[in-house]
Design a binder for this molecule. Structure first.
Ligand SMILES: Cc1cc2nc3c(=O)[nH]c(=O)nc-3n(C[C@H](O)[C@H](O)[C@H](O)COP(=O)(O)O)c2cc1C
Length: 358
């Protein structure tokens, strides 16, 4: 009989190793890969690895609260499961499994519109704090239909991913001849996504009263435009380096977006987050919530729903350790003064967060 998961997995590195052992080559490459040279993937890690901590001491950290709020709802960590399309190719149950893990642990889930078992069944799978993320494949009425369904099914906010005007060239998938079933028919709807512009954002805000998130903002200029359009959440992301190659790392973009937004919207972020210290750095830079994409997929691939819950527990342990050693007792006390620029000490790649991994 296998040992309980809290004995099997003492580190996140062991989660990654178990995921690697369990996934066949095609879904592994799909989960891990990025676009073209994967420079943006590595820059996500490089930007995080180029930040060092400035700890404060003698501050009584005997009680640490690592909880947060997510769109006014209480969550156990300021961490959310980022939307992952085709999650069903990585873990049985797909988005429903992610929803169960999120609910069991107590974090928010963003559901991708291209993930099985779809909007209604994922909502029924667990009582999560949930957000719906849409790839636009139809006209205004088509978008409005999705907003209605999301609201009817308890999704508390709506997300448009805006860094996918054109689908990128993911070379690991191309080299492996991996044809993604969920992308069949995508070309029919592609002109709608490519045609998206700020007028669509304006129309959305005029028509709908649900909080709107723009995911995939990568410049201060677009962050300012988002705020001018009344968007509630500016989500800094480069799609985990899976869309435009040769972009900046998210942690390098985040400060300029926080500055541009001036507190008029929430700022969320993802990109390369694999460790508790990464979450702490992003919050110190001004993010309100931090998304995990690949790490969520790795947790599910390692051991299904319990594997995801264990992943989140380990992330929480790392976060609480870092908070205490930084001399703070809650995320609210973190500021950019807890960080300093420093040269990265390892060559960045997806797994440079796990240097002991064989
Ligand atoms: C396998 C996979 C599928 C993804 N599918 C979507 C998607 O359907 N919609 C979306 O907005 N982002 C998607 N993303 C991007 C993630 O939401 C997130 O931005 C990214 O994974 C963050 O980087 P990280 O993987 O380094 O944490 C996907 C990412 C991965 C790894």
């Amino acid at each position: 009989m296998n040992a309980p998961l809290d004995q099997q997995f003492l580190t996140l590195q062991e989660i990654v190793a178990a995921a690697r052992a369990s996934l066949p080559p095609a879904p592994w490459s799909y989960l891990i890969g990025g676009a073209e040279t994967e420079t943006t993937v590595r820059r996500n890690r490089h930007a995080l690895d180029s930040l060092a901590f400035r700890p404060r001491v003698l501050r009584d950290v005997s009680k640490i609260d690592s909880s947060s709020t997510f769109l006014k709802q209480k969550v156990r960590l300021p961490v959310m499961l980022a939307p992952i399309g085709g999650l069903e190719s990585i873990a049985e149950g797909g988005a429903a499994a992610a929803a169960r893990g999120a609910a069991q642990f107590g974090v928010a889930q963003m559901l991708s519109s291209v993930c099985q078992p779809g909007l209604e069944k994922t909502a029924q799978a667990a009582d999560t704090v949930r957000v719906f993320q849409l790839y636009v494949r139809g006209d205004d009425a088509w978008i409005d239909g999705h907003v209605r369904r999301a609201k009817d099914n308890g999704f508390c906010a709506f997300c448009l991913t805006v860094d996918v005007a054109v689908y990128s060239r993911r070379e690991r998938d191309l080299l492996g001849r991996f044809i993604k079933p969920w992308r069949k028919g995508a070309s029919e709807g592609a002109p709608f996504q490519a045609g998206l512009n700020w007028d669509h954002v304006k129309r959305f805000k005029d028509k709908h009263d649900v909080p709107l998130i723009l995911k995939g903002i990568a410049t201060a200029e677009d962050a300012e435009l988002a705020v001018q359009h009344g968007v509630e959440v500016v989500y800094v992301s480069n799609h985990g380096g899976r869309q435009l190659d040769h972009g900046l790392g998210s942690a390098a973009v985040l400060p300029q977006v926080v500055e541009a937004v001036k507190g008029k919207a929430e700022v969320w972020v993802d990109g390369g987050v694999m460790r508790g210290t990464d979450v702490v750095k992003m919050i110190a830079l001004g993010a309100r919530a931090v998304g995990i994409g690949r790490l969520c997929g790795l947790g599910l691939a390692a051991a299904g729903v319990p594997g995801l819950v264990r992943t989140l527990e380990l992330l929480e342990e790392e976060i609480r350790t870092s908070l205490g050693l930084l001399g703070v007792t809650s995320f609210a006390e973190l500021t950019p003064a807890h960080l300093a620029a420093a040269p990265a000490v390892s060559v960045p790649d997806t797994f440079s967060a796990f240097p002991l991994l064989k």
